[in-house]
Design a protein around this ligand. Structure first.
Ligand SMILES: NCc1[nH]cc(CCC(=O)O)c1CC(=O)O
Length: 348
């Protein structure tokens, strides 16, 4: 095998006479998606200032159809399909996603090119603006019968499990749309649960009433939540090298472990899985996972600590966590859900 050339002192972007120097970046059209795309654009531009960049914003199926219940769609790919067509067709060179919206199995023509540093991965409770709130306002202190707006079965199942006094109602649209529906006079919702990462990136952190996690409200976040994922064409080594300076290794390994749990458990469908990962030492990852029935009545929790120092170890760790959960009854919960809904996006 030929050895790799030594890194030049003044590295040049990898290129060849046939590869264009303008990098075409695909994004969804929402404000949050464009902010996230700008983060990746700016990081690329500072790593490779001599290249040119163009951002292409597209509406996806998930953006266009706000009516069909999310669990009636065929797959999570409703957020990614149109953009992937552009990638494979060559009009785009990379796509910026919220990692949690990326299916755990990508089409064979596409690949995960980079995972960037993670924003706060937690979910957040956002109270309707006209309601009084105090430092102690959280899920458990909301009055009985309060309605939580969420379209995510991961959120509603976990909230119901620990907070049986609350009700749920579907809420759709981008973060701004959902907040407008929450605050509308005579509206149906007491509060929403949204990703803290999205609110923070939108400059809306002052709307966060309480952070939710295992200890507060018993709500664990989605696999990959808060991290940005960059999708590229499979085999596009030039783009992989261009993205290398953007890769954040601790986030990447933690998120790959989380995605391996999901991939092992779901077999292609989204299910109510909550997760928390934490680095507890050098290459030592702690992961907590929960699989919950849709009504919150049944659940299986897992907690594992182990060595995660490479992509292979991250994926093996995730598969082991998933295997343990299945042994302890997660399979039965997932099968019951599978009978209710065939292949679903979880509305995250
Ligand atoms: N499809 C919704 C979505 N996808 C990513 C985020 C927020 C950013 C993130 O979690 O990484 C959100 C909004 C939400 O769940 O509140």
């Amino acid at each position: 095998m030929a050895s790799l050339p030594a890194t030049p002192i003044d590295p040049q972007p990898p290129s060849s006479s046939t590869t264009p120097t303008t990098i075409h970046i695909g994004s969804r059209k929402s404000v949050l998606a464009l902010i996230q795309t700008q983060i990746v654009h700016d990081a690329l531009q500072s790593a490779w200032p001599d290249l040119k960049y163009e951002i292409h914003a597209m509406n996806t199926m998930g953006d266009k159809n706000q009516v069909t219940p999310l669990h009636d769609f065929g797959a999570k790919s409703l957020w990614t399909h149109e953009l992937e067509a552009g990638l494979v067709g060559g009009e785009l060179d990379l796509i910026v996603h919220s990692l949690k919206d990326m299916p755990t199995l990508l089409p064979p023509t596409c690949a995960l090119g980079a995972i960037l540093p993670r924003e706060d991965p937690r979910d957040a409770l956002v109270l309707k603006s006209s309601l009084p709130q105090t430092a102690t306002t959280t899920l458990s202190t909301l009055p009985p019968g309060s309605t939580i707006g969420t379209s995510s079965v991961r959120r509603s199942a976990q909230i119901a499990r620990k907070n049986p006094h609350l009700h749920f109602a579907d809420v759709r649209g981008n973060v701004g749309t959902r907040l407008a529906k929450l605050d509308a006079e005579g509206g149906a919702y007491t509060a929403l649960v949204l990703a803290a990462a999205g609110l923070k990136r939108l400059g809306l952190s002052e709307r966060i009433t309480a952070y939710l996690d295992y200890a507060n409200g018993g709500v664990m976040h989605a696999v990959g939540q808060g991290a940005l994922g960059v999708e590229i064409r499979a085999g596009d080594e030039r783009m992989r090298r261009l993205l290398e300076p953007l890769v954040h290794v601790p986030t990447t390994l933690a998120c790959l472990a989380e995605r391996a749990v999901m991939r092992t458990l779901e077999g292609g469908c989204s299910v109510p899985i909550g997760v928390e990962t934490e680095w507890v030492g050098v290459q030592a990852l702690r992961m907590r996972v929960v699989v919950v029935s849709l009504d919150g009545g049944e659940s299986v929790e897992g907690l594992r600590e182990g060595r995660v120092g490479s992509v292979e170890e991250a994926e093996a760790f995730g598969r082991e966590v998933a295997g343990e959960l299945v042994e302890r009854g997660a399979g039965r919960i997932l099968e019951a859900i599978g009978q209710k809904k065939r292949g679903a996006g979880d509305g995250d």
